[in-house]
Design a protein around this ligand. Structure first.
Ligand code: ATP
Ligand code: MG
Length: 271
């Protein structure tokens, strides 16, 4: 899945990444779905280990256009994981109190503690995406934020947080289909938001904003993955594989407390 990781310092062009790509799984949807089940099971046991070891922290960031599948991915990838060890933080338009602080204030407060996985459904990247596209702050303010974000994420990393960032890359046509589906299906209609049609008109500006954000903030310590997301099953497979592989690479171990197992068992037997 390395092919979807954006190498730091290299010029990144969104047009080089097809939302329809299914990599080595072209025509192998069934196999992809089976593998997803395996990945999920791996994530489940690795999360237990992360919790038990109480050493590492994992932060997973999701960004996408509306209808990009953030909710669906989170559900699919973390299905079955012990809810005590995983927290989802969703970032909506900031409240007055949040606006009264710097933009990273509300973000830092939600970062994972030791042994925890925190999933960001939207994130501090909104502050260089929607904020840029809608001129919510002047350009000379948001321009500086790429550096802040890199420094902030570096600090988290130095202190023991592993960071993964996923851009779920759907095409504009796919978004239209998903909006149509939301309108057609009563159980999905609640998700439809009239404002989403206004945002859709700004698609090219959003793509520019994503391209710059990803180019400038894909770092060794907090890489971006541009995930082909027109096919839900492949998107889920890519994300779950990256998360499982990353957790494996932490070489975690169950703590082995120095206790007198035989003595304790004897006490339990004789109670
Ligand atoms: P759904 O997929 O269910 O629609 P959502 O994540 O789009 O979920 P909404 O409540 O529809 O949730 O949208 C949240 C809105 O908050 C988005 O339009 C997003 O751009 C906006 N938002 C998030 N962070 C900021 C920010 N820092 N400044 C301004 N707007 C923000
Ligand atoms: Mg929305």
């Amino acid at each position: 899945m390395d092919r979807y990781r954006i190498e730091p310092g290299k010029k990144f062009k969104l047009e080089d990444y097809s939302p329809n790509d299914t990599g080595d799984f072209e025509g192998k949807k069934q196999k992809g779905i089976e593998l997803l089940a395996e990945r999920r099971a791996e994530i489940d046991s690795l999360q237990e280990l992360l919790y038990a070891e109480h050493k590492h922290r994992l932060l997973v960031v999701f960004q996408a256009m509306d209808g990009g599948g953030k909710d669906g991915t989170i559900r699919a990838v973390f299905d079955g994981v012990n809810p005590q060890g995983v927290k989802v933080a969703s970032f909506k338009a900031p409240s007055q109190t949040e606006l009264d602080h710097d933009y990273l204030w509300r973000i830092h407060a939600q970062t994972p503690g030791k042994g925890e996985i925190v999933v960001f459904n939207r994130s501090h990247y909104e502050d260089v995406l929607v904020v840029r596209v809608h001129n919510l702050v002047p350009k000379d303010v948001w321009k500086k934020r790429y550096d802040h974000i890199n420094a902030f994420e570096h600090e988290l990393y130095d202190e023991g947080t592993t960071i993964l960032k996923f851009f779920l890359n759907i095409s504009k046509d796919e978004q239209k289909e998903r909006f149509m589906e939301r309108l057609d299906m009563p159980e999905k209609r609640w998700k439809f938001n009239e404002g989403d049609l206004e945002e859709r008109k700004l698609w090219p500006l959003y793509m520019e904003a994503f391209e710059e954000a990803i180019s400038k903030t894909s770092t060794k310590w907090a890489p971006w993955y541009v995930v082909p997301a027109n096919r839900n099953w492949y998107r889920n497979l890519v994300v779950s594989t990256v998360i499982a592989d990353t957790l494996k690479s932490l070489n975690m171990k169950y703590p082995n407390p120095e206790i007198d197992v035989t003595g304790l068992k004897k006490r339990l037997t004789n109670e």
